[in-house]
Write a protein that binds this ligand. Sequence first.
Ligand code: F6R
Ligand code: MG
Ligand code: MG
Length: 367
Amino acid sequence: MKVTISLIKADIGSIGGHIMPSSGLMERVKEVVRKQGKGMVIDSYIGHTGDDIAILMTHTLGEDSEKIHKLAFDAFMEGTQVAKKQGLYGAGQDLLKDSFSGNVKGMGPAVAEMEIEERPNEPFLAFAADKTDPGAYNLPFYLSFADPMYCSGLILSPKVGKGYTFHIMDVEYTEGDKVVELSAPEDLYDIAALLRDQERYVIEKVYSRDTGDVALSISTTRLHNIAGKYTGKDDPVALVRVQGNFPATGEIISPFAIGHYVAGFMRGSHNGPLMPVKKNSPISYFDGPPVVNCLAFCVKEGVLTEAADVFDHPFWDYVRDNVSRKSEELRRQGFFGPAMLPFSELEYGGIVERLKNLEGRFSVRKE
Ligand code: F6R
Ligand code: MG
Ligand code: MG
């Protein structure tokens, strides 16, 4: 059976700053999806990562379905009403427009979708990250789809060993979708050369070279490119099919043990290590650290199993301790050097004004 999996996420208000949504807000979003999605959505799961609510839906309407996107938009709009009533901070933060225009992409929410021909058993992973942007996924998914040091299947499994094709988007380009297709292993160095620049080039999709099937889909929205000003970091979601022709679940998640440094954290303007967290985790230290959670599902004719919480395991407690240490180590140098993002990536305009004001106070010394 052909099924589409849609994962759509937005920050529409949060308790006590940018910490987590209220249960009333979560309930309202769930209710709208359940009621308005009747007869259209086969199954759904709603959870939060930091201050973002993610709606996972299965249906048969394909990617970019106006009906599905409108349902998510309506659920976030209705949720915003609750957020406003409760006085939640940043109510409706990620909804950049108040009327729906056909596709929720470009309106603020992050969207990852894949239309798949279900295998007899279809395991997949849903990732959601907060206090960071889509480039945060560049390193881990490069490693799990292209590097045998992390994905042993690339040398041990003939199917996985056929390699993968990466669709990489230039997200600085705002006139349309500017994408390049590169295949591992032969284009490995070109893939690496692009993905190292994670604020500009991000993975959009990955396909199996054995079957041509989609393996990975990542939201590529850059809110600051859409809005022209800071509205919040882009807090990306991703869907990954696993096992068989694809890397195993363990191979997909193994690079997340690095706790690599990503852009985001406080005011979307710092670097910090990405911490793999349990489902429905809040935000804390220095409005961070940047977090990612991963839920594993199986889907049969669109019906989802319960979610298995992949980072809820003693191994990841050890990783979280390491990430906390890395986080604190970099934070000790405050705004200095790599601790704060370069000028072009700062999400607040304050420093621009400050430098403009200072410019007038400079003078060029005469000999
Ligand atoms: C980052 C984030 C927070 C805010 C910070 C200041 O994604 O949401 O770090 O940038 O708490 O928020 P405002 O400017 O809303 O007071
Ligand atoms: Mg927020
Ligand atoms: Mg967020």
